[in-house]
Design a protein around this ligand. Structure first.
Ligand SMILES: NC(=O)c1ccc[n+]([C@@H]2O[C@H](COP(=O)([O-])OP(=O)(O)OC[C@H]3O[C@@H](n4cnc5c(N)ncnc54)[C@H](O)[C@@H]3O)[C@@H](O)[C@H]2O)c1
Length: 323
C-alpha cells in the first residue's frame, strides 16, 4: 500500500489526511505547530507525528508527500520532497513563479516522479461534465468561457483575490480550452488592505481566438461559484451553488437564415439538466494521485497543466501590478 505523509494540518490538510487515511497508508503527519500536530496525532495514532519535515524525507519507505501548507512555502517543500525521491501532491499553486514551477517539473521528469498540483475543481463531476461537453463538440465552436467567483468575505490579508480565488477558475478555463493564453490582463483594486486586491477582473485571449474572463471578489453581494461556456450551438453553465442543477445545457445560439443575407438571428431550444454524480471531488483527486503513483495515467501531464496555470497567474499578477 502506498505510504503517505501529510505536511500542514491547518484548515485544508486534515481533509487530505482523512482521504489518504481511507485510501492508502497514512504513515506520517507533520506540522510545525505542536498544538495542531497533537490534535491529529490523537486522531491518527498509527501515523508517526513530527514537527520536522526532514523526518518524512529521511524515511526511505515513504512513497509520497502531500503539501498543504501556506502558498509561499509550497515550492521549497515540494522541491525538497522531489529531491528526496518522493512523489508529491502540492496544494495549489505549487509555486508562485513560472521558473520555480519549471524546476519542479524537471525534478519530476528526472526522477520519474509525480508532481501533482491540488487543482480540486478539475475533479468536480460538474467540471468533468463541462469538459465532456466541450470535447464532444456538441456545443459547436466554443467562443468564450467566463467564471464568477464572488462573495462577501472571506477578506484575506496575505493573498489577493487572484491568488486566493482565481487559481480555481484559471485551472478550469485552461483545462477546458487546452490552450495557453497569448494575452493575460488583470485589473483590480486593493480597497481594504494596501497591496492586496479585493476585486479582480481578468481577461485572457487564446491563440485560437477564444477568450475568457474571470470576476474574482470578496466584496460582492452575490455568492457565486459559476463557470459559463458559450458555444455556437449550445451554451452551458456550471453552478456550484446549485444543489440539483449543477450543470445546465441551453440549446441557444446564433444562426443565419440562408435568405437573410448574412443577418444574425438567435434561436432558443430545450434546456437540459444532466445528472451529475455527487462524488467528493477531493476523494477523486486523491484517487487520481494514487493511480499516478502506481503508474496508471500520464505522470508528467498533471505537472505540465499545473505549470500552465502558474505561468498564467504570473502574467496576470504582472499585469495587475503594472497598473
Ligand atoms: N483545494 C482547496 O479547495 C483548498 C481549500 C483551502 C485551502 N487550500 C490550500 O491548502 C493550503 C493550506 O491552506 P490552509 O487554509 O489549510 O492554511 P492554514 O494556515 O490553515 O494551515 C497551514 C498549516 O501548515 C503549517 N505549516 C506551515 N509551514 C509549515 C512547515 N514548513 N512545515 C510544517 N508545517 C507547516 C501551519 O502550522 C498550519 O497548521 C494552501 O495552499 C491553500 O491554498 C486548498
Amino acid at each position: 500500500m502506498t505510504r503517505i505523509g501529510v505536511v500542514g494540518l491547518g484548515y485544508w490538510g486534515p481533509n487530505l489526511a482523512r482521504n489518504f487515511d481511507a485510501l492508502a497508508e497514512l504513515a506520517w503527519i507533520c506540522d510545525s505547530d505542536s498544538d495542531r500536530l497533537g490534535a491529529f496525532a490523537n486522531r491518527y495514532p498509527q501515523a508517526q507525528a513530527t514537527a520536522r519535515y526532514d523526518d518524512l524525507l529521511n524515511d526511505e519507505t515513504l512513497d509520497a508527500v502531500i503539501v498543504a501548507t501556506p502558498v509561499p512555502t509550497h515550492y521549497e517543500l515540494a522541491r525538497k520532497a522531489l529531491e528526496a525521491g518522493k512523489h508529491t501532491l502540492v496544494e495549489k499553486p505549487p509555486a508562485m513563479r513560472g521558473e520555480e514551477m519549471d524546476e519542479l517539473l524537471q525534478l519530476a521528469v528526472d526522477g520519474d516522479l509525480v508532481c501533482m498540483p491540488g487543482h480540486l475543481l478539475l475533479y468536480h463531476p460538474g467540471v468533468q461534465k463541462l469538459k465532456e461537453l466541450v470535447d464532444a463538440g456538441g456545443l459547436g465552436d466554443v467562443l468564450c468561457v467566463y467564471g464568477n467567483r464572488q462573495n462577501l468575505g472571506i477578506i484575506r490579508k496575505d493573498e489577493n483575490a487572484l491568488w486566493s480565488l482565481g487559481v480555481h477558475d484559471l485551472s478550469v478555463v485552461l483545462y477546458l480550452l487546452g490552450e495557453e493564453p497569448e494575452e493575460a490582463i488583470a485589473l483590480g483594486r486593493d480597497f481594504l488592505t494596501p497591496g492586496v486586491e479585493d476585486v479582480v477582473f481578468c481577461y485572457l485571449r487564446f491563440p485560437s481566438g477564444k477568450i475568457a474572463h474571470m470576476h474574482l471578489s470578496w466584496l460582492d453581494p452575490h455568492k457565486m461559484r459559476k463557470i459559463t461556456v458559450v458555444g455556437t450551438e449550445k451554451m452551458v453553465v456550471f453552478d456550484d451553488m446549485e444543489l440539483e442543477r449543477k450543470v445546465t445545457v441551453y440549446e441557444k445560439g446564433p444562426w443565419q437564415r440562408a435568405e437573410s443575407y448574412g443577418e444574425w438571428q438567435t434561436r432558443s431550444g430545450d434546456i437540459n439538466i444532466p445528472k451529475i454524480p455527487t462524488d467528493e471531488p477531493l476523494r477523486l483527486e486523491c484517487e487520481h494521485f494514487l493511480a499516478l503513483v502506481r503508474g496508471d495515467g500520464d505522470r508528467q501531464q498533471v505537472a505540465q497543466d499545473g505549470a500552465m496555470v502558474v505561468r498564467a497567474l504570473e502574467r496576470l499578477t504582472e499585469s495587475l501590478g503594472s497598473r
